[in-house]
Design a protein around this ligand. Structure first.
Ligand code: SF4
Length: 199
């Protein structure tokens, strides 16, 4: 932005700047910082802490979600703050800029929160239940595997490949969950298997 300042305006602005600096020099800056430090604990005083994992990348940093609203009283929990988990061995409280902006991700109006289905020929997605989604995925997987599974190669050796369906898994998980996910894919014979960390 270009400022077209006359000499008189410039002197006025400079005077205001000197006044502000003088107020800071009188110690009000420190008072403000002390007040902020005093108030900060109260921001989280009545919240519920929930530990979780940042969903963005395979570093899988630990986060704490602070929510207001007592579920036992029928209130809706609302996340008001997210920060790094100081007790987590991976990140020890630190977060990269993506993790630090996690609350915006959680509250984003475009965030996908439930299964959506676009019927053949339709131009829009419609919400379906998790049961409907699981049934449909299982049906499509079974049909495709039955039609395309390769038990042996041309030499007659067993290969047990299912190469017409791929699987993309999330990376923000524990070693144990990742191991179980990999076993699930490989037990079906899925060849095309990857995870979010490499995408
Ligand atoms: S905070 Fe950053 S580094 Fe940590 S898991 Fe999230 S995206 Fe990855």
């Amino acid at each position: 932005m270009n400022l077209d300042l006359s000499r008189r305006s410039f002197l006025k602005l400079a005077g205001a700047g000197v006044a502000a600096t003088s107020v800071g020099a009188m110690g009000f800056g420190e008072a403000e910082a002390a007040e902020a430090a005093h108030v900060r604990p109260f921001k989280l005083a009545t919240t519920t802490e929930t530990r979780n994992t940042c969903p963005y990348c395979s570093v899988a940093c630990g986060v704490i979600l602070y929510s207001k609203g007592d579920l036992r009283k029928g209130e809706k929990a609302d996340i008001i703050h997210i920060e790094g988990d100081a007790d987590h061995p991976t990140n020890r409280g630190t977060l990269c800029p993506k993790g630090a902006a996690l609350k915006d991700f959680v509250k984003s109006p475009t965030r996908l929160q439930y299964p959506m289905h676009r019927k053949p020929g339709s131009d829009k997605f419609e919400r379906i239940s998790w049961d409907q989604a699981f049934d449909r995925i299982a049906r499509l997987m079974k049909d495709d595997r039955d039609a395309n599974f390769t038990a042996t190669n041309n030499a007659g050796l067993p290969v047990n490949r299912w190469s017409t369906t791929g699987m993309l898994a999330a990376s923000a998980t524990t070693n144990e969950t990742a191991w179980a996910t990999f076993k699930f894919a490989k037990s079906l014979g899925i060849v095309g298997f990857d995870n979010q960390a490499r995408v």
